[in-house]
Design a protein around this ligand. Structure first.
Ligand code: SF4
Ligand code: SF4
Length: 440
């Protein structure tokens, strides 16, 4: 597999500047280039992730938020190992790794990426194997590690994993369904310095949420878990998977999250892989997708929460289109991290490790690029041809390849893979047609 050299990596950065300048958004290109410096703790999408807040968003509403790695001064990918790795290879170090430390789960949610069930899964990484992988990861970076599942709290050694992440200079956060959070567990989260957890709530009422998740009572348990975590001073992010069934209810879920006093609200656009592939008919059509993301742009202006769409790379195109219509530029000062990051970060600064050690660009990207039992994570991150393809935006095909926003958006590669068999093909759920593309 080819190792991408420094010169080749710079090509995509230069392409970004060229493309954005061509689109009349050169200032944003500069902001994007500064992303390296920011070492943003933006969660890579593709996972029930836990983001890390930074200041500013459209409208500039000041927010007092709680938890998150940056709130404790942590800069993922900001350490010496990451700088040395980038200088040696020309490749950005991973800043966020979502790690499915178990696939075992006490729920059976309809749209679960992992299609997880209760019970032990053969081949799960042992504590020693996990520690060895963390040792290797920290030779190239100091990322945020999202401990997820399954339900990560099902793993009895989770606190040893958390402690080892801290010990090696990484920042662990937890993605959980919250139904197992008792006072004792929340106290452990606080004692083991978990800055934030994420919890999925998909509907504003118990009946709808329980039906969608396939587990009676899980809404009430999750709400109680959120309140318990907050009581112990643990930051909470509410995640909502948007489908045709709840698209009209997102405002109400936002308001519920706000009333619970959580710190962040992230909407996840359904990615139809894993058990979620059964929900293909519940994926929003491109026009509706566009409407929800346009709503999100405007709602961000008044929300007191750190509010962000995820798994929706074209949001970064929509931001720029709407800002332009308002006579604004998407600057770091006004738009915060939204101005500094990219839509799809799979393979760029984000990756996923499965319960058995398989590495993927994200949890939804259904292709194994190597296994940490056979090869170091660091070698796979550096040398995987798929990772390197994803880093070269000039390889994108179809309308994504022709799009002036490809450097800030890139389209969802997991959706392209699932629906076309080619991860470089056009994002199937984007309504945008680049100027002149129809004539090609
Ligand atoms: S491939 Fe799709 S789901 Fe995965 S990180 Fe990219 S946008 Fe998110
Ligand atoms: S065409 Fe592709 S790159 Fe352009 S905005 Fe749509 S998804 Fe993004």
């Amino acid at each position: 597999m080819a190792c991408r050299g420094f010169g080749e990596s710079m090509t995509s950065e230069q392409e970004l500047a060229t493309a954005e300048a061509a689109a009349g958004i050169a200032a944003e290109a500069a902001a994007q280039a500064a992303e390296q410096e920011l070492a943003a703790a933006q969660v890579g999408c593709g996972e029930v992730g836990v983001a890390v807040p930074t200041g500013g968003h459209p409208g500039g509403v000041p927010r007092q938020r709680h938890g998150g790695a940056r709130s404790v001064g942590f800069r993922p990918g900001g350490g010496e190992a990451a700088a040395a790795f980038q200088e040696r290879t020309g490749i950005k170090a991973p800043r966020i790794i979502a790690w499915e430390i178990t696939r075992s789960c006490n729920l059976s949610c309809a749209h679960c990426r992992a299609a997880a069930e209760f019970g032990h899964y053969h081949g799960e990484l042992t504590l020693d194997q996990i520690k060895a992988v963390i040792d290797d990861i920290t030779t190239i970076s100091n990322p945020i590690i999202i401990l997820t599942g399954g339900e990560p709290l099902m793993r009895p050694d989770i606190w040893e994993i958390v402690d080892y992440c801290h010990e090696k200079g990484c920042m662990p956060v937890i993605g959980t369904n919250a139904t197992l959070i008792t006072d004792e567990i929340a106290g452990k989260m606080a004692a083991h310095n978990i800055p934030r957890i994420s919890v999925s709530i998909d509907f504003p009422t118990a009946a709808e949420h329980d039906a969608f998740r396939g587990q009676p009572g899980c809404f009430a348990e999750a709400i109680e878990g959120i309140k318990t975590a907050k009581r112990h001073g643990v930051g909470v992010q509410v995640n909502t998977t948007v489908t045709t069934e709840n698209a009209a209810r997102i405002e109400e879920v936002h308001d519920l999250a706000e009333s619970l006093g959580v710190d962040a609200f992230h909407i996840f656009m359904l990615v139809p892989t894993g058990r979620g592939s059964d929900l293909l008919d519940k994926e929003l059509p491109p026009e509706e997708y566009e409407r929800v993301l346009t709503w999100a742009y405007h709602r961000q202006k008044t929300s007191p929460l750190h509010f962000k769409p995820t798994d929706s790379p074209h949001y970064y195109r929509i931001i720029r289109q709407l800002a332009k219509a308002e006579g604004k530029k998407v600057t770091r000062e006004e738009y915060g991290l939204d101005a500094m990051t990219r839509g799809c970060l799979g393979g760029i600064t984000f990756s996923f490790i499965s319960h058995v050690g398989d590495i993927q660009p994200c949890g939804y990207f259904d292709m194994q690029l190597g296994n940490v039992k056979e090869q170091p994570y660091s070698a796979i991150w550096e040398k995987s041809q798929v990772f390197n393809d994803l880093r070269d935006y000039s390889l994108l095909k179809g309308k994504c390849g022709a799009c002036e926003y490809r450097a800030v958006c890139g389209g969802c590669r997991a959706r392209a893979l699932e629906l076309t068999g080619d991860y470089l093909e056009a994002e199937p759920y984007c309504a945008y047609v680049p100027p002149g593309y129809e004539n090609n």
